[in-house]
Write a protein of this length. Structure first.
Length: 202
């Protein structure tokens, strides 16, 4: 009788171990979790080494897209970098907070705005240098160097250097038409010659 009980217990433990193994493997039976693999692939996305606004904008197509910029990369802008979908991010690989942050520099005399996050919720612009190139291009009336807010919420603009603004403001967070900008976080910015306009931070 005792031998049969011991065998029953052993059979139960083996079955329990198999069940736990299956759970750990994502219940796929193949020993791999597709979601974990997708997350790993996303975290290993190659960085963009250089280019213009098109090199960045081409990565910002759908919700949650990221443009990962290589450290010390330089992007010469003839038009703004434009966020187009909820939860999109632009940042330097490794999230540096020194001079190895990628630089977005205005190269066209026609523009004053380098980055637009307008009307895009959960957008994040972090760990980059945004340069209006005022010394070479001169002052000009127009939009802020970084234009954000609008009908959106929970934007994050953090750990950036903002310098050489051509227009009246380095960063403007505006209210949305009928839907107020709310929950925006503007943190740890190193500013150049113009102060930030934070009137609409909510």
């Amino acid at each position: 009788m005792q031998q049969r009980i011991r065998r029953a217990r052993l059979t139960t433990l083996v079955a329990l171990g198999a069940a736990l193994t299956l759970i750990a493997a994502g219940c796929s039976g193949s020993g791999a979790n597709p979601s974990a693999s997708a997350s790993l692939a996303a975290s290993e996305k190659p960085c963009i080494a250089s280019g213009d606004e098109m090199a960045i904008n081409s990565q910002l197509i759908g919700a949650g897209d990221e443009a990962v910029l290589c450290p010390s990369a330089i992007f010469a802008l003839t038009a703004p970098v434009v966020f187009t979908g909820r939860g999109q991010r632009v940042y330097t690989q490794g999230n540096p907070t020194d001079d190895t942050r990628a630089t977005l520099i205005v190269k066209s005399d026609a523009i004053t705005n380098a980055v637009s996050l307008l009307d895009v919720s959960d957008a994040q612009l972090t760990n980059v240098i945004v340069d209006g190139n005022r010394e070479k291009l001169g002052a000009k009336e127009g939009d802020a160097l970084i234009y954000a807010g609008g009908a959106s919420h929970d934007q994050v603009i953090a750990d950036n250097v903002i310098r050489n603004t051509r227009s009246w403001s380095s960063l403007q967070l505006i209210e949305g038409g009928g839907v107020e900008c709310r929950g925006a976080a503007v943190e740890r910015l190193v500013r150049g010659q113009r102060e930030l306009d934070r009137r609409a931070v909510g």
